[in-house]
Design a protein around this ligand. Structure first.
Ligand code: AKG
Length: 200
């Protein structure tokens, strides 16, 4: 990314609290990430119920994910966007292959940044991420939202539907309201999520 592109990206991030970079990670890297994640998650006991499709702490289970969290290509970009060094918290995988696995509108934390890497193609049909642009600058208005309670923001004028191809990566402030709807298709929709919110 050259200086002009970086400046434009930072301007968009400062205005909207969310930006997408297309094709940040190659298919070869994605295949490696998938293989490592599958090896780890296969060993874990099966869970059921709300958010059992989310596996946090991959960085503590395997040094590969810790390296990715601390030294992956997203880190320098996030540093440029935030204007300071990101403080790594955890890496998680969000798998969605069922209608019921929707995540309602919420914010994650008060400071830092979040990076979400698309492993599979994601669109409105299989429950892509959606955002309210600029909501990070209106925290008080959205403070009541929680991921476990439905709140219909589908007609909100600032809604941004974040359809992505594998390797595309979205950067957002934890206070930018976001959610993901049901997976109507049943096709697998995985995202690797890197939190940089310090010690929340
Ligand atoms: O991957 C998803 O569906 C939701 C991700 C999310 O809500 C988050 O990163 O806080």
């Amino acid at each position: 990314m050259n200086k002009v592109e970086a400046t434009k990206l930072k301007e968009a991030f400062d205005q909207d609290g969310v930006v997408v970079i297309r094709n940040l990670i190659t298919q070869q890297q994605l295949d490696e990430i998938c293989e490592k994640a599958e090896m780890l998650t296969r060993k874990l006991p099966k869970r059921s119920g709300k958010f059992s499709n989310v596996i946090k702490g991959l960085d503590r289970m395997d040094v590969y994910f810790n390296d990715l969290l601390c030294k992956g290509p997203q880190v320098a970009i996030l540093e440029m966007l935030l204007g300071k060094k990101p403080e790594p918290t955890t890496a998680s995988i969000f798998t969605k292959d069922k209608h019921s696995q929707e995540v309602h509108p919420h914010s994650d934390a008060m400071k830092g940044g979040v990076v979400w890497l698309a492993i599979d193609e994601t669109n409105i049909e299989n429950g892509c991420l959606q955002f309210l642009k600029g909501s990070d600058q209106r925290e008080a208005e959205f403070v009541h939202l929680t991921a476990s309670e439905p709140n219909d923001l589908s007609c909100h004028p600032d809604r941004f539907e974040c359809a992505m191809d594998p390797g595309d990566t979205v950067f957002f402030r934890p206070t930018t309201v976001h959610w993901s709807g049901p997976n109507h298709e049943g096709s697998i929709r995985r995202g690797l999520n890197f939190f940089y919110v310090g010690n929340p």
